[in-house]
Design a protein around this ligand. Structure first.
Ligand code: T1G
Length: 699
């Protein structure tokens, strides 16, 4: 439904105050009809003799969520945000922005152009444009810096975080916070200002917070983040704009910001990160379940108080949901609670959580050794050792104790969810909830759907994931689901490259240069080589892995059998002094030995080939996962890899990256590898089809 401007912004007068109500679903974004409506109503209020003041408020308990991201890359129509801001800053009548829900991006920038801001205590405010590969292009870098100073502006804009109203008040971003109705509070505030008379504050004219800024703060933040921001555009442009706000006048500052904004908008990273933004929202939707309601989850049981169980307990308690943490071993329960208390104390000490929030979350976690305590839980999550026998025992007990309709979830990272479900008489209620460690931090949550899971169980699990602030991706039931299956495949390719002549440090260097926070061999050392050693032994015992295959590289086994298990023993692929890793000549000698045994003549391999073979392996496996129906759509692979496996977000994810290279180019590379390694490389049918039709992944 296309709203007309006067529908997008309603007008009514209360006690001599014009209330402009923005009603532009779904999130009151600054779409063209809404911008036109704002200009129309501001003009109307200016002309209205019965009006002494103006209040801007959003319908549906939210202010403005920012520019309309769907308009990016399209020809701009309607009045600009700048013209609205100019009308606000030159208004003879005082204007108060009444902020509820969210004031984000252009939404907060609109509010900063108004002379005054009143926020509901539950409101969240932020300038999160960096998450889209952009910067606040509506004067946000100039106004916020002049309002709260450069250090605060750097923190808020570079982190892209949403802050609570009470923090906004402390910083001086809002003038008042109310627990009551924010519109009424804003009307009262506006009437008082009108009675007192102007002139009204204009943030752009302030200099008190920027005068005498030490230019070193900008050099320091650039130097501190040089590695993390490698290959990105927006973070550097943001620092430049905030620095400019400290020595340019308002007009030049806005001009500087506008040019910087377009440099970000024109960079490939903006398209990549906007792709991820919409893909994250698409990933939360389950095809074919329209009209299926999620069950309410008011209390959650967790079986297993180990590292994962306690991390999951924190993630859930942080969202205000009661948790009963069960472990049959008393010592394990005490250790689990100690770990949780310590994590909260650390986050409070770091300032990332208030003591009050930590106390409230901790108070929601009960412990018990007794399964009977889980009888009324709406959801129970098993987080015990990765052994099918132990999981069967847990699910048999849950089946006997839990109320009918309770969702029974396993946190397994790779075991067969149907086999787990078979231990119960209610497979329709069983689902996989694969958290990533540390579970209270990592965003990705793979929801694993077995053959018997009911649509209600799946929809409930997906909604629960969003509710606890996770990024859900629905996966079918196969070894490794989505993320680990792809990780396993590109790990094989990396191991093959090692046998041909590459080294772990060359491969890790190539992946880091591409934008991964760390390479696969550093990651393996961190996870512990003994863990993966056991998995390979189990797979070999079942015949799922042929340890004597020509293409199988035994390097990890041999390092492990030498007693070197990675970071935890001080040596693995690398030698460690603390966390500092250095290449091990012994590993290079072992690789030479293995190549000799395999009859492979080692040769230098270019970084470009290393990168292409690993990325093509990721993309090809991702395409197979989509064509097999394990993932609902290609963009789900992007979401999983950006949120769980370190794929650089500014590149949009592996499937997006492949589409940017051209799917025909990727297919050609894979055909080349297939010619060299026929048993290892078979191009995905989906990739071959999309490369031929040129229609992109969605066809
Ligand atoms: N533009 C267009 N559509 C948007 C949107 C936006 N800004 N924000 C959300 N949507 C859609 C979303 O795709 C989904 O659509 C529906 O709204 C509900 O979203 C000039 C240039 C506000 C915290 O980055 O963070 O301003 O799937 O599921 O969980 O400097 O949406 O239903 O079809 O996320 O309640 C800056 C982005 C923009 C905020 C609400 N603003 N949005 O969360 O709902 S750039 C942002 C959010 C900018 C200026 C610059 C969240 C939310 P569909 P949802 P939610």
């Amino acid at each position: 439904m296309v709203l007309s401007p006067d529908q997008a912004v309603r007008y009514d007068v209360r006690n001599g105050v014009a209330v402009l109500t923005i009603d532009f679903p779904p999130v009151n974004a600054l779409g063209a009809p809404m911008r036109e409506g704002m200009m129309l109503r501001l003009e109307q209020a200016r002309e209205d003799e019965g009006v002494d003041a103006i209040v801007l408020v959003g319908a549906n308990d939210r202010f403005i969520a920012g520019a309309d991201i769907r308009e990016f890359g399209k020809e701009k129509v309607g009045p600009s945000l700048e013209s609205i801001q100019e009308a606000l800053e030159t208004s003879v009548k005082p204007v108060v922005a009444a902020i509820d829900g969210h004031a984000l991006g252009g939404g907060l920038e609109t509010a900063l152009a108004a002379p005054f801001r009143v926020a509901a205590s539950r409101a969240k405010l932020g300038l999160p444009e960096i998450n889209l590969g952009l910067l606040p292009g509506g004067g946000g870098t100039q106004r916020l810096t002049r309002l709260i100073g450069p250090e605060g502006a750097l923190d808020l804009i570079l982190s892209g975080r949403h802050i609570a109203a009470v923090e906004a008040l402390r910083l001086g971003i809002v003038d008042e916070v109310t627990d009551g109705d924010v519109t009424e509070a804003a009307i009262a505030f506006a009437r008082a200002k009108a009675a007192k008379g102007g002139p009204w504050p204009i943030i752009l004219e302030r200099t008190d917070k920027v005068t005498g800024t030490d230019p070193k703060i900008f050099e320091d933040v650039r130097a501190k983040n040089a590695g993390k921001w490698k290959g990105m555009v927006a973070p550097f442009e943001i620092v430049n704009c905030i620095e400019a706000a400290c020595h340019l006048g308002p007009v030049e500052g806005l001009e500087f910001e506008r040019a910087a904004f377009w440099r970000c908008s024109d960079a490939p990273s903006r398209e990549a990160q906007v792709h991820l933004f919409f893909s994250e929202r698409a990933a939360a939707k389950v095809d074919g379940t329209k009209g299926v309601a999620a069950k309410p989850i008011r209390s959650v049981g967790i079986v297993g108080a180990g590292t994962m169980g306690s991390g999951i307990a924190m993630a859930i308690a942080n969202s205000g949901i009661e948790v009963t943490l069960l472990d049959s071993a008393k010592g394990a329960l005490d250790a689990g609670m100690e770990r949780i208390a310590k994590n909260y104390a650390t986050s409070v000490a770091r300032g990332s959580r208030t003591q009050d929030a930590a106390d409230k979350a901790l108070a929601l976690i009960e412990t018990t050794p007794d399964y009977a305590a889980l009888a009324n839980a709406d959801l129970v999550i098993e987080a015990v050792f990765e052994d099918m026998g132990i999981k069967h025992e847990v699910f048999r007990r849950l089946d006997a104790v839990c109320k009918p309709g309770a969702v029974l979830a396993s946190n397994t990272s790779a075991l067969d969810i149907d086999e787990i479900a078979s231990a119960t008489g209610r497979p329709q209620d069983v689902i996989g909830l694969h958290f990533f460690s540390p579970a209270n931090v990592m965003k990705l949550l793979e929801v694993v759907r077995g053959d018997h899971a009911s649509p209600e169980t799946v929809v409930t699990a997906m909604a629960f994931a969003k509710r606890i602030g996770k990024q859900p991706v629905l996966a079918g039931n196969c070894f490794g689901f989505i993320g680990n299956r792809i990780l396993h495949r590109y790990g094989e390719e990396a191991d093959l490259l090692l046998m041909e002549g590459a080294t772990p440090w060359q491969i890790d260097g190539v992946l880091k240069e591409f934008g991964f926070p760390m390479g696969i061999y550093l990651m393996r050392d961190m996870a512990g080589l003994d863990v993966s050693y056991r998995v390979r032994r189990n797979k070999a015992a079942t015949g799922a892995l042929n340890l004597s295959a020509d293409t199988y590289n035994p390097i990890a086994d041999r390092i492990c059998e030498n007693g070197d298990h990675g970071q935890k023993t001080g040596e693995g692929y690398y030698a460690y002094v603390g966390r500092n890793a250095s290449p091990r000549p012994q590993v290079e000698a072992m690789l030479a030995e293995i190549s000799r045994e395999k009859g492979i003549e080692r040769k230098a391999i270019s970084d470009e080939e290393v990168l292409w073979r690993i990325l093509a392996a990721i993309v090809n496996e991702g395409a197979k996962i989509v064509e097999e129906g394990i993932a609902q759509r290609a963009s789900d692979i992007d979401v999983a890899y950006a949120h769980g496996y370190g794929f650089p977000k500014y590149r949009g994810g592996p499937m997006f990256w492949a589409a940017q290279q051209g799917l025909d180019t990727v297919l050609t590379k894979i055909m080349e590898y297939q010619a060299r390694y026929p048993d290892r490389w078979q191009p995905s049918d989906l990739l071959a089809d999309r490369a031929a039709t040129g229609k992109g992944w969605e066809g």
